[in-house]
Design a protein around this ligand. Structure first.
Ligand SMILES: Nc1nc2c(ncn2[C@@H]2O[C@H](COP(=O)(O)OP(=O)(O)OP(=O)(O)O)[C@@H](O)[C@H]2O)c(=O)[nH]1
Ligand SMILES: [Mg+2]
Length: 279
């Protein structure tokens, strides 16, 4: 039990606890929040603590279902519909194709108009619209800023944890965007959410129990009919290793490399559009 607890906590590094406190403070400064989610896992990429902080502040939240290019089209449509029905404001987006960028710009334009109106009512001439971009690691927060800002300068990278500190980026049209480091939940129980966060690269691979995660995801993909089942005398990872020639000396299947290979295939969309969580 104690060991289990420690395990669950070890996915929440100190800088993420700090990140959440920072966001709590930053919420006071902004007019609008972009909660960036991963369209492949719209359930697990939400952030309950972050959302309750946001709703307690009463600031409008736009839910960006990013990486839609990697997700199944119909599934993303179903999610958009469901989130709307629940009273949210979802925008499906891809920073690869540029899908959704127009909608996000429109939202920013409206926020700017509201900020101006508020400033004028207060007797001032001008006021920028301020916006916080937040979400779990590696969902594309910085990429969104770079797409929107004409001279985007937010640091982007394949691994989670690329953005270390908060950074304001000023747009020429009177909008200021605050990039924030990705944050996870303090407790992620082993199980589906954990597997899915691992699959989309929200958790650093060197923090993962690679064999368990690889086997769990292989089982899920197999059940979805997206991965060939193993033979009777081999495990899923052994099968995958043999199939892709990932062998140790003596022809022994390298299950660790097979798990790494599978994760990489999922993350990079090599298995085709894939939505792990359906609406
Ligand atoms: N296929 C695809 N890749 C994307 C998309 N958006 C971002 N990426 C890639 O995802 C990776 C992470 O992007 P970032 O913008 O650094 O993500 P982030 O949320 O700022 O990550 P942290 O700062 O680490 O929390 C990069 O390799 C991006 O090129 C998208 O819509 N589609
Ligand atoms: Mg970033």
């Amino acid at each position: 039990m104690e060991e289990q607890k420690e395990k669950a906590f070890s996915w929440f590094p100190g800088h993420m606890a700090k990140g959440l406190r920072q966001i709590e403070a930053d919420l006071k400064l902004v007019d609008l929040i972009m909660l960036v989610m991963d369209a492949r896992i719209p359930r697990s990429s939400r952030h309950p603590q972050l959302e309750s902080l946001m709703s307690s502040r009463g600031k409008p939240v736009v839910m960006v279902l990013n990486k839609a290019d990697l997700a199944e089209n119909a599934a993303t449509t179903a999610w958009t519909r469901r989130l709307k029905a629940e009273g949210h404001f979802p925008v499906r987006a891809s920073m690869l194709s540029g899908e959704g960028v127009g909608s996000l710009l429109k939202v920013l334009g409206e926020a700017r108009a509201r900020a101006l109106e508020k400033a004028r009512r207060g007797g001032r001439v001008d006021a920028p619209a301020r916006l916080l971009v937040a979400g779990i690691p590696n969902v594309g927060k910085s990429s969104i800023i770079n797409r929107i800002a004409p001279r985007g300068r937010a640091k982007v990278g394949k691994r989670p944890g690329v953005t270390r500190g908060r950074q304001w980026i000023t747009l020429p049209n009177g909008v200021e965007m605050l990039d924030s480091p990705g944050i996870l939940f303090p407790r992620i129980e082993a199980g589906e959410t954990f597997l899915h966060l691992a699959a989309v690269g929200a958790i650093r691979e060197d923090n993962l129990p690679l064999l368990e995660v690889g086997d769990g995801l292989a089982a899920e993909l197999e059940a979805m009919g997206r991965l060939e089942p193993p033979g009777p005398d081999e495990t899923r990872l052994e099968h995958l290793a043999r199939k892709h020639g990932l062998l140790l000396q003596g022809g022994v299947p390298d299950t660790e490399r097979a798990a790494h290979f599978l994760l990489k295939q999922i993350r990079e969309g090599r298995l085709g559009p894939l939505t792990l969580e359906k609406a």
